[in-house]
Design a protein around this ligand. Sequence first.
Ligand code: ARG
Length: 449
Amino acid sequence: MTDFSRYTVSIDYDRRLYQQDIAGSVAHAKMLAKQGIISQEDAAQIAQGLAGIKQEIEDGSFPWDPALEDLHMNIESRLHQTIGAAAGRLHTARSRNDQVAVDLRLYTKETIVALVRGLRGVQRALTGLAEQYHDVVMPGYTHLQRAQPVLFAHHMLAYFEMFQRDIGRFHDCHQRTDVMPLGSGALAGVAYQTDREFLAKELGFSRISANSMDAVSDRDFVVEFLAAASVCMMHFSRMSEELVLWSSGEFGFIRLADDFTTGSSIMPQKRNPDFAELARGKTGRVYGDLMGMLTVLKGLPLTYNRDLQEDKEGFFDAADTLTTTLDVFQAMLPGLKLNEERVSGLAGESQMLATDLADYLVAKGMPFREAHGIMRQLSRHCDEGNIGLNDLPIGEYKKLSRLFEPDVYDITAISSAAARDNPGGTAPGRVAAALAEAKEILEAAADGF
Ligand code: ARG
């Protein structure tokens, strides 16, 4: 008969939770002793035995046994081998169901703290670029058509905002993950006078779960984590798309450092933006992890079902993908070289100033809709004649409105950006203030969380 036991084994991946599992067990044994449920001597032996096991895992000598299925059984069985009978008392007033829930919550909380730190690093890189190129004007786009001049710094700070929201989502998720489930037992609670608040304190949780049935079957925090990770990857994917476009010959806006481009095996001239492309591509797998988790949970009756074991691989995959993406962007962004001449040249092309010329007429009393119509005609005229608005003789302007004077030629990309002087706009003063505020946010979050 074929051996199907591999099907249920999770040890290949859940061993990543060993630190949290051991911390949870040490706290549990301590609590059991404090409550007089096991002796102090047994608790001390258990703690010592678990410390030895942690050491074995870290130096690679731990005898992992797939026949024992998961991390929890591997550790408990090894504890028996190393300390003997006392090991048998550890699982009093506990089930693997609340045990695995506490492990994953601890792990998720730690992961979030690390990811937020990484996001702060990316934000720091963005403010660095905004500062370095603070006065450079570039074309801003809608529909991927050149639309209006904007400051490059304004563009960078747009991403700062996205990552700021991502951090907010991870903070929210952290708050709902920060709930201690031990004491829920298999599903109904435990028949011992345990001290759950003590456990929460020992393990650094802010509060304890309110319902044992919910606590052993709830994986909302995993869904929320994956959702936050998906949105965050979506932001990196959008930025990646711009980096890919901008580093193309057609745009020629930026040059990425050599470390973040690769050559082609056949075309010697190529500098492919592979890292940005891969970030864009890896976004797909993180979405997949989210969809996988939602699908696992859909239709699960209360309470614990073995399906829940499928929560881990997608979670780890998304956490790893986002972690490395954050590492890459923290290293890649500071080395980005902006082709200032190219972007400011394009920003100054007069067709981009059509809105400003309409505003010019409005300033002289014309209703905006009418001014828009006139500029539309002038823009068409320029397109057909293949000439810029600034090369159009004043006589041509005057044909459409007598309000035009020779000062129409004073309108530039810089004056256009400077005119957008309202909160959230791209005027240099506004962008400088936004940059200062962004740096304050980073300073206030100096430790990253
Ligand atoms: N390996 C299991 C998981 O990840 C641990 C909990 C097992 N509980 C059980 N009743 N079989 O979900």
